[in-house]
Design a protein. Sequence first.
Length: 120
Amino acid sequence: MIFHVVALDDWLAFPDRPYAPASLSEEGFVHCSPDEPVTLAVARAFYHDVPGRLMVLLIDEHKLDVTVRWEAASPAPPPSVAPDTLFPHVYGPINRNAVQRMMEVQRDADGRTAALAVWA
């Protein structure tokens, strides 16, 4: 599984279409993470100001209809992530049947990312 952080409202916006975040048109790929610890570091570093519920898509990369490339972070990975960590970049929209389940980013009383929890 590969992991992608997304605001719940963004995920639910167009349920009848493949998911295509802004990074796809801006950078040419969808940013994903290789595991839970890196996903938490990404959420802490880049999503701390995102309001509302924050989710993590667990994606079976073998069910994607597009190319996945494992590449280095550019310019650098988030704090606490090893500099040689490779990140899965999805070069196209995410077909929804590749999403196997979702987790919710749990935040502490100060709004900081604390953990991931299975989403029901």
